[in-house]
Each structure stands twice: as structure tokens, then as C-alpha cells.
Design a protein around this ligand. Structure first.
Ligand SMILES: O=C[C@H](O)COP(=O)(O)O
Length: 225
């Protein structure tokens, strides 16, 4: 499973990118709006953080296919041709996906709430489809199960598309999809940090270090004892 950062706060993304084994960054208009800055200013900084080969996902806002295609062109000009263009999975979005896929554009189909939406996006040429786990849970459905069903649909229909599960609110949702071997998950920085936040880990390390200090004295390590 690829692990992608769902955030555009430069300081937070920098920190998580440096510490954790992540594969890229996803954004959406709401995430970019939190910065209060010009979207391309923020996105250029994110591109610098992930490097030219890291995954960067950027969403279009036009409602019609022609507008989406035009936005995709500018996104790729400004941020690199390998940038994933996030296209909402609407009828107009599917039209745009077909045209963009024919030109070799990397497409992430987004705003996915149902398996059939993902099926259509994959057939239209998307490389990723992004079901919104927590938002689906909030409707009283099972977001994790929807993501698993989508992955099964791709396998059973030989569709070369991966699930990029999005909208996580807790570690359990991420764990379930990691166990299933979902293609990718995009997770907010605080939820990524929560994956490894555990007082028992700190307590174990403190006890080891105290024992070590009892034989070497303060401030020593395996490099200088
Ligand atoms: O791009 C989609 C987001 O991952 C949705 O996440 P959210 O439900 O936390 O806003």
C-alpha cells in the first residue's frame, strides 16, 4: 500500500515527509484554501518537497469537461507532466477522463462514494480512484468495505486502476485497508502521526535507556561508551 499525505500545510508536510516513508501528497480545493495563499505557490512548494518523481495530486474545479481539460493542461505545465490530475467522478468528469487518458495524463478520479462510480472512472482511464472512507461511514455505510469492493471489482474485471482510499479519521480505518492490501491510502498528517503514537513505546524506550545509563553513565551511546 502506498502511503500518501493528504495535506497542504507546508510545515506539516515537510515534517511528515522527512520522518515517515511516504510516496506523495494529495490536495483538494478545501485543503489548499486552508493556506489562504495562491494555489500554485503552495503546490510548487509541495512539488519541491516530494521532488520531481514524487506523487503530487491536484484537483480541477471546472464543472464541464472542456474546463477540466484546460485546467489539466495548466496543472501539468506548472507542476510537471507526472502530476496526477484529480477529476471529480461526474458525467462531465468521465468525459474529461476519457480525453485526458487518451493523451497519457495521470488521472485520479475523486469524490467517489460508490463502487460503480469507481468502475466507470477506471474504464474511462483513471489510474487511481479515491473513495471517501470517513464520509461514506458518516452516511451510515461502511467506507472500508466500499474500498475493498472497488479493489475486487478492478481485479475481477482486469482494470488497471488502483484504489487511493481517502478521507480517514482514525488508525483503525487505515489498518483495515492496509491488511487488505489496498493500492494506496492518502491520510492527513495528524492521522499519520497517530499511527505510531503510543505511550507504551516511549515507556519501553525510556526503560531501555535507563538500564543502559546504569552501566555507562549519563550521555553515552553505543557510539561512544
Ligand atoms: O480529497 C478528499 C479528501 O481526502 C477528503 O477528506 P475529508 O473527508 O477529510 O475532507
Amino acid at each position: 500500500m502506498k502511503l500518501i499525505i493528504d495535506d497542504a500545510n507546508i510545515e506539516k508536510v515537510k515534517k511528515v515527509w522527512e520522518l515517515y516513508p511516504c510516496d506523495g501528497v494529495t490536495t483538494n480545493p478545501s485543503i489548499l484554501a486552508k493556506s489562504g495563499r495562491n494555489p500554485y505557490e503552495v503546490l510548487s512548494e509541495l512539488r519541491e518537497i516530494v521532488g520531481k518523481d514524487g506523487e503530487l495530486h491536484v484537483q480541477v474545479v471546472s464543472k464541464d469537461a472542456e474546463g477540466m481539460i484546460e485546467e489539466a493542461k495548466v496543472i501539468r505545465e506548472k507542476l510537471g507532466e507526472n502530476t496526477f490530475v484529480k477529476v471529480p467522478t461526474t458525467p462531465q468528469g468521465l468525459k474529461a477522463m476519457k480525453a485526458l487518458a487518451a493523451e497519457g495524463v495521470n488521472i485520479t478520479a475523486t469524490a467517489i462514494y460508490t463502487p460503480m462510480q469507481a468502475f466507470l472512472a477506471a474504464k474511462a482511464g483513471a489510474k487511481y480512484t479515491a473513495p471517501y472512507i470517513n464520509r461514506i461511514d458518516n452516511f451510515g455505510y461502511n467506507g472500508v468495505q466500499v474500498a475493498m469492493d472497488i479493489q475486487d471489482i478492478f481485479e475481477n474485471n482486469n482494470l488497471p486502476c488502483e484504489v487511493l482510499a481517502a478521507s480517514f479519521k482514525n488508525s483503525q480505518q487505515v489498518l483495515e485497508l492496509t491488511k487488505y492490501g489496498i493500492g494506496a491510502s492518502t491520510v492527513a498528517t495528524d492521522v499519520i502521526e497517530g499511527l505510531i503514537k503510543n505511550a507504551a513505546i516511549d515507556a519501553a524506550i525510556d526503560a531501555f535507556n535507563k538500564d543502559f545509563e546504569s552501566i555507562t553513565g549519563e550521555g553515552k551511546t553505543m557510539a561512544n561508551c
